[in-house]
Design a binder for this molecule. Structure first.
Ligand SMILES: *Cc1c(COP(=O)(O)O)cnc(C)c1O
Length: 345
């Protein structure tokens, strides 16, 4: 148990504070696996930022950020729908997103004074009211508290600004209110914010929590090392060892989000031919792992196990049992065993 996220905590927090100061109306997003940090941990960090509202993905996540110590407003990004029921709706800091007329009617019946943001359909086509539905939805709010309009843009949009501007203008025409935005370049956000008299809020997860990548690293412990001879059979699947060397058992498996195929290195035809000629591991069907041992990414012996991986090392590689080695993880899909604060390297 030792896949560790190491943090240069004060530098990371300086980045968080700088981002909060730079982004007008920042709303930290904390959802899913908590960007590798966990929801409670990020909620606790958000308490120290100059922000009054954060966003979660789903209704059950609200309780998690409350557990983390967050007492301010919480927006739920996934639109509420009648099938969700009324559990959890009595938190006074809760702001729901609604994206369909019938859900609005159902919410009004269930919690007539709930706080709501109405979502506009964008080119992403995920959730939202079409422009033609905005007037009717607004008129249907009754005593529901309208906290604004939300526009969730695609990340790869060519004309994000233009789309945001048009949708925002249409919404403001129906009822001037706060605009909740995501995934816009900062310069565009500032223009929109000026256009709407500082009435914009900007939701940000990845850029906030996972910005400043030099302030963190993920490390895995070498749990065991065994010498192997050419021709030995190893692992669950008894793979044949092509050459002598050693097998390192390293913490980090499928439960941590360690994936079988690491990035594209060696996948081009030219590289594959080179591999064949040089008789490398790749040519023999071994997959590159995300673990770096003795300065190089090494190959998996077989697909990662649930909590550890078998890694092949040539005789020239040096490794010690107990040593921590770098592992490349995508933190939005990873679960670490522990977070170590105040590290330096
Ligand atoms: C998840 C989410 C975000 C945050 O996205 P990042 O790319 O992590 O910054 C923003 N807005 C909405 C509506 C989301 O669902």
């Amino acid at each position: 148990m030792s896949l560790t996220l190491q943090l240069k905590s004060s530098e990371w927090r300086e980045h968080l504070a700088r981002t909060a100061a730079d982004v007008p109306g920042l709303v930290p997003v904390v959802k899913g696996n908590g960007y590798g940090f966990g929801l409670e941990r990020l909620a606790r960090e958000a308490v120290d930022l100059p922000v009054d509202c954060m966003a979660v993905g789903t209704l059950p996540e609200v309780a998690r950020v409350r557990d983390g110590g967050w007492g301010g407003d919480v927006v739920v990004l996934t639109p509420w729908c009648a099938a969700d029921g009324v559990a959890g709706l009595d938190d006074p800091g809760l702001i729901l997103t609604v994206a369909r007329g019938e859900d609005l009617t159902a919410l009004r019946a269930a919690r007539p004074k709930a706080r709501v943001i109405l979502e506009l359909l964008t080119s992403m086509r995920r959730h939202g009211l079409g422009l033609a539905e905005l007037n009717a939805a607004f008129a249907d709010l009754g005593e529901l508290r309208h906290e604004g309009w939300t526009i969730h843009l695609p990340i790869a949009g060519q004309n994000a600004f233009e789309e945001a501007r048009i949708l925002a203008a249409a919404a403001q025409e129906v009822a001037p209110s706060v605009l909740w935005l995501s995934h816009l370049p900062m310069a565009d956000l500032k223009v929109l914010d000026a256009l709407h008299n500082g009435q914009t809020r900007y939701r940000m997860g990845t850029g906030l929590w996972l910005g400043a990548p030099s302030t963190r690293r993920t490390m895995a412990r070498v749990l065991d090392v065994h010498h192997v001879r050419r021709g030995d059979r190893i692992g669950y699947w008894q793979h044949l060892m092509p050459t002598a060397g050693s097998v390192a058992v390293i913490s980090g498996g499928t439960a941590h989000g360690v994936a079988l195929s690491a990035p594209t290195a060696g996948s081009s035809v030219k590289q594959r031919l080179t591999s064949l000629v040089t008789g490398s591991m790749e040519a023999m069907g071994f997959a590159l792992s995300p673990f770096t041992v003795d300065g190089r990414k090494r190959f998996f012996v077989e697909p990662p196990h649930m909590q550890s991986s078998l890694i092949f090392l040539p005789v020239t590689a040096h490794v010690r049992i107990g040593e921590m080695v770098p592992v490349e993880l995508r933190l939005t899909t990873a679960t670490v065993d522990r977070i170590e604060d105040d590290c330096s390297w």
